[in-house]
Design a protein around this ligand. Structure first.
Ligand code: EPZ
Length: 417
């Protein structure tokens, strides 16, 4: 098992290039199942989750090739409509192949993804959408099955603007007969990225990025070349690393408009953020002020940045309240931060953080992807050495994070136990 060792580091300085978005690549690779002909997807980050998705596509009969930061996929001959439990078990986003398989093959059988550390993660809204499109959806022995001779367009209202449900239903609807309207749709940039890829393949998706998406079904889609957007959560994580170490870091390959809530919150905390053409600079030489945070669907403050911001607030001047409204159990990092000396108290869906002057390094455990990132951030400024166990969580979502941080001056290394 690999662990991360982080010593108290100097202020981070220099330039870091942000990788392609994990949460764009996963639905886009799933969507490549919808098309005949070859798709070349660029800006692919080297992540465990992407590798699992590649394995999943291959298990369904697609042929794939991953070289550098590009994956080519051919889905002309799909030979399987069932996703293997072994892969779905490892990555919930595997569930995103359900829409494409239903649209392309007229039937599918997928293991119900279990919950995870941050919540029960139901898929009821996905299934409600498939039923509305005319599929016969049944569940038995931990699997969900769906079949439909021909999906028919429908009007679907999402009780919650679920990112995954919006994406899965959109992918099913692009080959349905007639018009589909998804109301109260998620408006995240990754939903827009998926819609842009679908349209580049010949789909007719309008309104992505707004709460009402209209899709007119077409008969076939053709593979195409596409480059995914930068990862706004990786960018936010490096912005916090620069802030916490009172550094001066330039982030290349970002879309500032995707980072508005993060930029606003850092500026509220007295951190300088300078936006440029396709990058931004984070500079923090002044004291960091506490600021309240409430996670919301985009364009609100992203839940995936809640843990990294809690690291920043742990050493800010003053007291703040962080409220998590998206997932019911996304405070698993609090216990680990407290072991490093943070002063945090959980009250229901909120955490009250009293900033402390310093933290101390010790052994900690990553409980999930973003919690692991929060521990790295604290390790950069904690006195002594921080050892992070279960770092496989972190490698799921952050490409080469220890190399990128080391290049900015951090004292961090990965050790195999
Ligand atoms: C996506 O997960 C992201 N994952 C998550 O990122 C992100 O935290 C989340 O969106 C919210 O932004 C990928 O894109 C692969 P949701 P997803 O459906 O689609 C409830 C990371 O760290 N819900 O928008 O699963 C659900 O319980 C990961 O990169 C239902 O009730 O999120 C949750 O409370 C973590 N029924 C809320 O909606 C449903 O059918 C948001 O879930 C679906 C969701």
């Amino acid at each position: 098992m690999a662990r991360l060792l982080i010593d108290q580091s100097p202020s981070l300085q220099g330039t870091v290039r942000i990788s392609g978005s994990k949460n764009s690549v996963l639905p886009i690779l799933a969507a490549s199942l919808l098309a005949e002909g070859k798709s070349c997807i660029e800006e692919i980050p080297k992540l465990q989750d992407v590798w699992i998705m590649q394995e999943l596509l291959e298990s369904l009969g697609a042929t794939t090739h991953w070289e550098q930061n590009m994956i080519t996929v051919r889905s002309d001959e799909l030979t399987q409509y069932e996703a293997p439990y072994e892969l779905v078990r490892q990555m919930r986003a595997s569930f995103l192949v359900m829409g494409p398989l239903l649209a392309r093959l007229g039937r599918t059988r997928i293991p119900l993804p279990g919950g995870c550390a941050i919540g029960s993660r139901p898929v009821d809204l996905h299934l409600k959408g498939f039923s509305a499109l005319g599929a016969e959806v049944t569940q038995e022995r931990g699997y969900v099955q769906a079949k439909a001779d021909q999906l028919k367009g429908a009007r679907i209202y999402l009780d919650f603007p679920s990112v995954g449900a919006t994406e899965n239903i959109m992918m099913a609807a692009v080959l349905a007969e007639g018009q589909t309207t998804i109301e109260n749709a998620a408006v995240e940039p990754e939903v827009v990225d998926l819609a842009n890829y679908l349209n580049a393949m010949g789909a007719l998706v309008r309104g992505a990025g707004t709460d009402t998406i209209k899709i007119t079904g077409v008969s076939t889609l053709t593979g195409t070349n596409y480059s995914v957007i930068p990862d706004r959560i990786e960018a936010g994580t490096f912005m916090v690393a620069a802030a916490m170490t009172h550094g001066d870091v330039y982030l290349e390959n970002v879309v500032s408009s995707h980072l508005k809530p993060i930029i606003a919150k850092l500026r509220e905390s007295n951190i300088q953020v300078i936006e440029t053409e396709n990058g931004l600079r984070v500079c923090s030489k002044e004291p960091i002020y506490a600021a309240d945070i409430k996670t919301l669907p985009y364009p609100g403050f992203p839940t995936d940045m809640q843990a990294p911001l809690m690291s920043l607030m742990s050493i800010a001047q003053g007291t703040c309240v962080i409220t998590e409204t998206i997932f019911e159990n996304r405070f698993m990092h609090v216990g680990e931060l407290k072991r490093m000396g943070a002063d945090i108290k959980i009250e229901g869906r909120s955490a009250v953080i009293n900033g402390v002057p310093s933290l101390t390094g010790t052994q900690v455990r990553a409980t999930d992807l973003r919690a692991g990132a929060a521990l790295i951030l604290c390790g950069l400024i904690a006195e002594g050495t921080t050892e992070i166990q279960d770092m496989y969580h972190i490698e799921r979502g952050y490409e080469d994070i220890e190399m990128k941080l080391r290049n900015l001056g951090a004292s961090i290394q990965k050790i195999e136990i």
